[in-house]
Design a protein around this ligand. Structure first.
Ligand code: NAP
Length: 537
């Protein structure tokens, strides 16, 4: 299937190349976000012959989440060989689960590999985007090193990710805390933690990676934990000797290895379905092992044994988490945090926990997709209005009323069991094909200067959304636990609720009948219209 992904990407690329060659003009494209998904989109557009591509990235470099998260111990919990795109595979990973610097290096390498340097606008934040009905184009406002500007483009790709806006709880008294305090995704490397008393709020995927490293350095660590997680062993190892040479030098071996990882992960999907024997058995095994091996006087059952179904929150992997919790200089506090004082955290049981440094491993704003970038579609309708009640998009990619606008890693495309890069590739393939349909429609109009717009039909998107939510209701995410996968109303907005094979099939070929395709002739030389791709600012 991962080889299949490559074929499908080629399908999208070839369709677009053919459409452009047979008379359809290549679109100009603005991509918002220079993370892995934005880079994949830019690379594949370039390979399809589309040269008018601009990637806006608010930070000073590419890599997205892998650039933001530099905390000690940061790494990926998906095996490395499935954490590269099938069209840009990396065969020389140093270990089975790569650390952040190696993944960031991979992201940065894509810039040279696909010659994307000239397309990048770094340190530039997109402040808003709106669809100009008369011009049938997107106008994108941005704030860059030289001030504000506007850029006009045929197509807008929003590749902003789901985990990019740190969530810091609004704790009473926090502003009066006198020590250093930061979020895991904004690590302050200037602070020497040696000998300090560190308070960590949160015990999710990020915390389980940095707490063991912090504990090894600090004088004392207090973890303020709201909910325990299921933490499985991490079968990590460095690639060495023959194995490394095979992976690097024998392409069929590396492909087979990648394929085995994919299916190994994919076959875990039944764990996430309800009612499910697989999940129940796995949960029982987990809890039995925890009671036998970790539960102790220092770590009583309620502090570490989850009371919700396995998979409801992300299943974590670490060999260091429980040993760190068992250290004499680490405390797990389960009473809720009620307030922060200038040098302490106070919990609901009245205890005052003195701390010198406060670290938030409290996750991200995940369900309010893109609320930080006002995006307006046809008739000035905003994405925020279209998403009242919860973010939704057809295949996670396209929203009715927002023609020529595509999302990558959008609503209902996150995974709990496989590689997100697989999903992103599927989305890129779909977008390339939609652009091919667009270019074909413009060429078929047979009028000089004609263009076309493409977007999903309302009824198709509604039907798909109902189906997705029906499936989501039958997953373990809908069970009684809090998680970043669902909004306050309980709607599962973030995760794909099926096999990734199903997503592969659904995104394999763009169905023309699902789309609103319109050929339009517009006056691109209105006085107030900025020149295409002429950015000001
Ligand atoms: P997270 O998994 O959402 O964990 C946030 C933690 O903060 C939870 O323990 C949560 O408790 C706690 N929390 C939130 N608000 C709180 C409050 N007001 N008081 C006390 N505790 C509070 O966030 P994350 O650890 O940053 O990870 C987010 C996602 O990033 C992961 O699920 C994963 O998809 C991704 N990630 C991936 C990797 C990787 O290896 N690929 C590594 C790191 C992160 P509750 O559980 O009770 O809500």
């Amino acid at each position: 299937m991962t080889g299949g992904t490559a074929m499908a990407i080629e399908l999208g690329r070839r369709r677009l190349q053919r459409a452009v060659a047979s008379g359809g003009t290549a679109p100009t494209v603005v991509i918002v976000g220079g993370g892995l998904s934005g880079l994949a989109m830019a690379a594949q557009l370039r390979r399809s012959g589309v040269t008018g591509v601009t990637v806006f990235e608010r930070s000073g470099g590419v890599g997205g989440t892998w650039r933001d998260n530099t905390y000690p111990g940061a790494g990926c919990d998906v095996p490395s060989h499935l954490y590269s795109f099938s069209f840009a595979r990396k065969s020389d990973w140093s270990r089975r689960y790569a650390d952040q610097p190696e993944i960031l290096g991979y992201a940065e390498s894509l810039v040279d590999r696909f010659d994307l340097g000239a397309s990048l606008r770094l340190s530039t934040t997109v402040t808003s985007a709106h669809y100009d009905d008369e011009c049938a184009r997107w106008r994108v406002d941005f704030e860059g090193p030289d001030g504000p500007g506007e850029l006009e483009a045929d197509v807008l790709v929003l590749a902003c990710g789901q985990l990019n806006r740190p969530a810091i709880p609004d704790l009473d008294g926090l502003e009066g805390f006198t020590g250093p305090a930061w979020h895991s995704a904004r690590w302050d490397h200037t602070v020497d933690l040696a000998g300090t008393r560190v308070g960590v709020i949160g015990s999710g995927a990020s915390a389980i990676q940095f707490v063991p490293r912090v504990a090894a350095e600090a004088g004392h660590v207090t973890i303020f934990q709201r909910t325990p997680n299921y933490v499985a062993p991490k079968r990590d190892r460095a690639y060495q000797g023959v194995e490394r040479r095979l992976l690097e030098g024998v392409r069929p071996y590396e492909l087979l290895y990648r394929w085995c990882i994919y299916w190994g992960l994919e076959l875990r999907w039944p764990v996430f379905r309800r009612p499910g024997l697989a999940g129940r058995l796995l949960g029982r095994t987990f809890r039995r092992k925890l009671r036998a091996g970790v539960v102790s006087e220092r770590l009583p059952g309620p502090a570490i044994v989850p009371d919700y179904p396995v998979g409801c929150k992300r299943i974590l992997i670490s060999n260091e988490w429980y040993p760190a919790l068992l250290r004499p200089d680490v405390d797990v506090v389960t009473a809720p945090v009620t307030r922060v004082e200038e040098d302490a955290v106070v919990t609901g049981d009245g205890e005052r926990h003195p701390v010198d440094v406060l670290i938030f491993g409290t996750g991200f704003e995940t369900t309010s997709f893109l609320s930080h970038v006002p995006v307006r579609g046809v008739g000035g309708v905003s994405l925020a209005d279209a998403w009242r009640g919860g973010a939704r998009a057809h295949l996670g990619i396209t929203v009715p009323g927002f023609p020529d606008c595509f999302l990558l890693y959008g609503p209902n495309t996150n995974l709990g069991h496989n590689s997100i890069l697989f999903m992103v590739e599927r989305q890129v393939n779909w977008v390339l094909q939609a652009l091919a349909v667009r270019a074909g429609a413009a060429a078929a109009a047979g009028v000089p200067g004609a263009t076309a717009t493409v977007g999903v039909r309302h009824d198709v998107a509604d039907r798909y959304d109902r189906w997705t939510q029906r499936l989501a209701a039958r997953t373990t995410w809908a069970a009684g636990c809090t998680s970043w996968y669902k909004n306050t109303a309980g709607r599962i907005t973030n995760n794909w609720p099926s096999w990734t094979v199903r997503y592969w099939l659904d995104t394999l070929v763009v169905r023309r009948r699902d789309l609103d395709v319109e050929a339009v002739v517009v006056d691109r030389h209105r006085e107030d219209a900025p020149d295409p791709q002429m950015a000001t600012g």
